[in-house]
Design a protein around this ligand. Structure first.
Ligand SMILES: Cc1ncc(COP(=O)(O)O)c(C=O)c1O
Length: 396
């Protein structure tokens, strides 16, 4: 296989249930990664598996680009009602997060007739050429892949942990407008409401409302990349809801179908008015993935979002307590089950992940020196307590 992957430790999955996974040697681990923030409802939730089986017996594929089937239409209707509530909206299904971003980039140009985009330093929007042009998380992700799209500009992402204020970001955006990116040339601003791969950075409370105001003033589309922060993980279906902000377009993937490959971008209906043939996908909106997504939405609405808020608070409280006796932890942050602890050095973060693995807890890093906790949303408070105990022991 390609050596470009970043496997930090040799976990070889055999099977999983809920928050627990078992490797091929029979060792059991508590999973605080959810397969990179994907298995929202836990590993192999019985209701998700039943929906997949039922759909698989009927048909596996037909392609929503040329034909119709019920699970795709039903899911589009559910997302239309939930993602941009009260606003007539349209949905395009993809196979991945990067494809949702690519589609939203194309839509923004098509709808606005403008060429340029703005994104933020630290952002991760995917690895295809368009999405990679927005991505500004790690040099290793961009090195030797240039030339990327030329009309993409970046501003600093505000975060207390990085010493960047909203005022500073706003000034930088105004400077871009008055120098290299006149506002009437900017199709869209792409923003992660909470930066994911960049380190689980939560922006100051005034950032997203001020960004909404600024983009509206200039007729620029505000595109929220909720690929990692969405689908209930932060305690609301979308992270933008924490700040009462309604974007023009929302990109989804990862947690939407509990592990089956599915993404989507949802746009105001007046923006998504491109004609037949202008965009499509053979596999996007696969019927089995849509069936899994419908049950995922049911389970989120039946209590998993509240659970994310509750157990997420427990995890943050527990980490703060651990931090009070471990000087190497410099920050604890997050919302719901999108939680991170930051260490002084990248080596300390890597060491924590390694020694947690040796003690039976799966973790991933984020950014350069943060360790993220993004367990399945079915996690209960005993499992959270077990994870915290292992983290404390692994810190030594
Ligand atoms: C915020 C965000 N956007 C986009 C992507 C890309 O998604 P995918 O890996 O499914 O292409 C990711 C993946 O980590 C992400 O975190």
């Amino acid at each position: 296989m390609s050596p470009s992957f970043t496997r930090a430790y040799p976990f070889v999955m055999d099977h999983g249930q809920g928050c627990w996974v078992t490797d091929v040697d029979g060792n059991r681990f508590l999973d605080f990664t959810a397969g990179i923030a994907v298995v929202t409802t836990g590993h192999s939730h019985p209701r998700v598996v039943a929906a997949i089986e039922e759909q698989a017996k009927k048909f596996l594929h037909m392609s929503g680009t040329d034909f119709y089937y019920q699970s795709e239409i039903e899911l589009a209707e559910r997302l239309e009602a939930k993602i941009l509530p009260g606003t007539p909206a349209k949905v395009f299904f993809t196979n991945s997060g990067a494809e949702a971003i690519e589609g939203a980039m194309k839509l923004a140009r098509y709808a606005s007739g403008r060429p340029s985009y703005i994104a933020f330093i630290g952002a991760f929007h995917g690895r295809t050429f368009g999405a990679l042009s927005l991505t500004a998380s790690k040099a290793s992700q961009r090195r030797r892949f240039a030339p990327l799209l030329s009309s993409v500009f970046h501003a600093p992402y505000p975060s207390a942990a990085r010493g960047v204020t909203t005022d500073h970001t706003m000034q930088h955006l105004e400077e871009l407008f008055s120098t290299v990116a006149p506002p009437e040339s900017v199709a869209a601003v792409f923003v992660e409401p909470i930066q994911g791969e960049g380190g689980y950075l939560v922006p100051p409370d005034d950032f997203l409302p001020r960004l909404r105001e600024l983009t509206a003033k200039h007729g620029i589309l505000l595109i929220a990349d909720e690929v990692q922060s969405g689908m209930g993980r932060t305690g609301h279906l979308l992270a933008v809801e924490h700040w009462d902000v309604e974007p023009d377009v929302v990109c989804l993937a990862k947690g939407i179908a509990s592990g089956l490959p599915l993404g989507a971008f949802v746009a105001r209906a007046e923006q998504m008015s491109w004609p037949p043939g202008s965009h499509g996908s053979t596999f996007g909106g696969n019927p089995v993935a849509c069936a899994a997504a419908l049950v995922t939405l049911d389970l989120l609405e039946e209590g998993l979002m509240e659970n994310a808020a509750k157990v997420g608070a427990q995890l943050q409280d527990g980490l703060r307590e651990i931090a009070s006796t471990h000087g190497e932890i410099t920050d604890v942050r997050g919302l719901g089950l999108m939680v991170a602890l930051e260490l002084k050095t990248p080596d300390q973060a890597a060491q924590l992940v390694q020694s947690a693995f040796e003690r039976g807890l799966l973790l991933l890093t984020a950014g350069t020196r943060a360790v993220r906790l993004c367990p399945p949303l079915v996690i209960d408070s005993d499992e959270a307590a077990t994870g915290l105990e292992i983290i404390e022991a692994a810190l030594g």
